[in-house]
Write a protein that binds this ligand. Structure first.
Ligand code: PBG
Length: 336
């Protein structure tokens, strides 16, 4: 016989499993949902023609020449992805990184090709940095062996204006120079490019997870490292200071990078600001999932979607990810 006091005791315990019992119940109480419209696909644009080179350390990702972009853009649109983030792999590099602001630069041409192919179906973002264009691989110009902050600002501003002029909807400064957002906003406005938005890579840690990207873009620094300009990964309060400073300088949106190692910063940024927040699941985060999945140690799709969901749960509404095309397909399959 059950005593009344026993049933009262069990009735009062928290029974979280009630709402986990069936797929329909779980769907009903799901707090975070991904949709293809949140995804941004990074694209590496390579000089030359007829090039579609798979990047060794990033399986499934390619360096694409400009002539390959229309087809790629159409595939993304068909999958439901609404945005791309372009990086350039120029033929020639120099100490100033002048390829970054050339009118016929590799990304400028890439932007035009995507626009011709899909019009406004894709929001086009362009990374603004010098490291892919400098012979020394640093994100700014050098004064001796130091990266000169203030001498770099006009070059970043020029690159941003050139990219916006070529048709980028959004420019995304990632060099981590102080004052870069203000310099870029001023240059855009001076050129009459008032509609070009700025997505600031506001909190960008000096991270070990960028390794495969540097391999892909041949942009590893020739000497030293990026620790004098990218943030110390140990610092979260400083990340918030960077985010607030960039918003103050005119950033329309802010990005946290890398993503999974910095979810606390995504959440803090969400609580502290009202602007859209992007999280960048960087090359090493992608490569780690791919490598483990190749060994049969992780389920690629489940690990990718769980990671992206965690970024959204932490507060990111925009997810920059090398899984974008694939994930859009997965989400459509799951959409019921
Ligand atoms: C350019 C830039 C980098 C990444 C995005 N923009 C490289 C770096 O800072 O070394 C990394 C992206 C990735 O790892 O996927 N500064």
């Amino acid at each position: 016989m059950t005593l009344v006091s026993d049933s009262i005791r069990t009735a009062s315990i928290h029974r979280g499993r009630r709402l986990r019992r069936t797929p329909a119940l779980r769907s009903l109480v799901r707090e975070t949902r991904l949709s293809p419209g949140m995804l941004v696909a990074p694209v590496f644009v390579q000089a030359g023609t007829g090039i579609r080179d798979e990047i060794g350390s990033m399986p499934g990702q390619h360096r694409l020449s400009v002539d390959q972009l229309p087809q790629h853009a159409e595939r993304l649109v068909a999958a439901g992805v609404r945005a791309v983030l372009l990086f350039g792999l120029p033929d020639l590099k120099d100490p100033e990184g002048s390829g970054a602001w050339a009118d016929d630069g590799i990304v400028q041409e890439g932007i035009r090709a995507i626009r011709r192919a899909v019009g406004d179906e894709l929001a086009v973002m362009a990374d603004v940095c010098l490291c892919e264009y400098t012979s020394h691989g640093h994100c700014g110009v050098l004064d001796g062996t130091e990266v000169d902050n203030d001498a770099t600002l006009p070059l970043l501003a020029r690159a941003a204006a050139s990219l916006a002029h070529a048709g980028a909807d959004i420019v995304a400064p990632s060099a981590m120079m102080d004052g870069q957002v203000a310099a870029i906003r001023a240059a855009l406005d001076a050129a009459g490019l008032h509609d070009a938005a700025v997505l600031a890579y506001a909190a960008k840690h000096a991270s070990a997870f960028y390794g495969p990207f540097r391999d892909a873009a041949d942009s590893a620094p020739a000497f030293g490292d990026r620790r004098s300009y990218q943030m110390d990964a140990a610092n979260g309060r400083e990340a918030l200071t960077e985010i607030l400073a960039d918003i103050d300088e005119g950033a329309d949106m802010v990005m946290v990078k890398p993503a999974l190692p910095a979810l606390d910063i995504v959440a803090a940024a969400r609580a502290a600001t009202e602007v859209p927040i992007a999280a960048y699941q960087v090359s090493g985060e992608y490569a780690a999932i791919c490598a483990a999945a190749e060994r049969g140690w992780l389920d690629r799709r489940a690990a990718a979607l769980e990671s992206l969901t965690a970024m959204a749960r932490a507060g990111a509404g925009i997810l920059v990810t090398y899984f974008a095309l694939e994930a859009a397909g997965w989400l459509r399959e799951m959409d019921r």
